[in-house]
Write a protein that binds this ligand. Structure first.
Ligand code: GLP
Length: 250
């Protein structure tokens, strides 16, 4: 692992196309890449700060700075006295507006979706309130189970104004990638989370027992001009996902 990381760091240092002059950012990217390529697996320990600084010829302050950023992102975890590990549970910082696909890829996992529904129809009263749409307007609906490799992690139901996404079949695995093509990826979102017990059907789809703990999440995503571009309701498995929020005093 140490070799793979050192090699990746050196490769990035030579690479003129993606040249990153700041060593701690280069190291951060190298660590991210080795996690993504599964040169280091979830749960495994990262080489110590001292070893990394020796092998890479960097100061310990630089190494620490690189690592602390990845701890904040949730990619690494630190246990006092035990070192730094690649996070096992999927730790999702709540302050960053990322997609399911990006969160999983960052951990070297392959995300995919299985759809129950991709359709266009008239907005329901609830959807019209959530999306600020007038009755009679059309929306695209996506209903799917989200997987990491073959492991189901979440059930999601997304509603997007059809004026933004006229054909929901354009969404293959990632909604945000499809929205990006139309320059309509949300730039801000409001999210509500609450703990739930998963019902029998949800539990079956998520391969857990009925009554297991889950997280119910609602997200309204906004464009720069304030238009609501998505209303997504999700049920996440409680045994795999951690949502982490950073709190600051004013
Ligand atoms: C998360 C959010 C959803 C959002 C989705 C987009 O799962 N809870 O609100 O729609 O990410 O992810 P992707 O682009 O992978 O479909």
């Amino acid at each position: 692992m140490q070799n793979a990381l050192a090699e990746e760091y050196r490769r990035l240092s030579r690479d003129t196309t993606t040249h990153q002059p700041l060593a701690y950012l280069r190291l951060r990217r190298a660590i991210r890449n080795v996690i993504q390529h599964r040169d280091i697996e979830p749960g495994q320990t990262l080489p110590s700060e001292r070893d990394l600084s020796q092998v890479l010829g960097l100061s310990r302050v630089t190494v620490r700075k690189a690592i602390s950023g990845l701890v904040e992102e949730g990619l690494l975890t630190q246990r006092h006295g035990a070192g730094t590990f690649v996070a096992e549970r999927i730790i999702k910082p709540m302050s960053r507006l990322t997609s399911f696909t990006e969160d999983l890829r960052a951990r070297g996992l392959h995300p995919r979706s299985e759809f129950f529904e991709r359709s266009v129809g008239e907005v329901t009263p609830e959807e019209s309130m959530a999306l600020n749409l007038s009755p009679g307007m059309l929306v695209a609906r996506l209903h799917r189970v989200r997987y990491a490799e073959d492991e189901p992690l979440a059930i999601e139901r997304s509603v997007v104004p059809a004026s933004v996404l006229p054909d929901p079949h354009e969404v293959h695995d990632s909604l945000y990638e499809a929205l990006e093509k139309y320059n309509c990826r949300p730039v801000r979102a409001l999210q509500r989370l609450r703990a739930v017990l998963l019902g029998a059907r949800q539990a079956r789809l998520l391969h857990v027992s009925a009554g297991s703990a889950g997280l119910h999440i609602e997200r309204r995503g906004f464009l720069d001009d304030g238009r609501v571009v998505e209303f997504t309701t999700s049920w996440y498995r409680g045994d795999i996902y951690d949502f982490v929020a950073e709190l600051q005093t004013d």
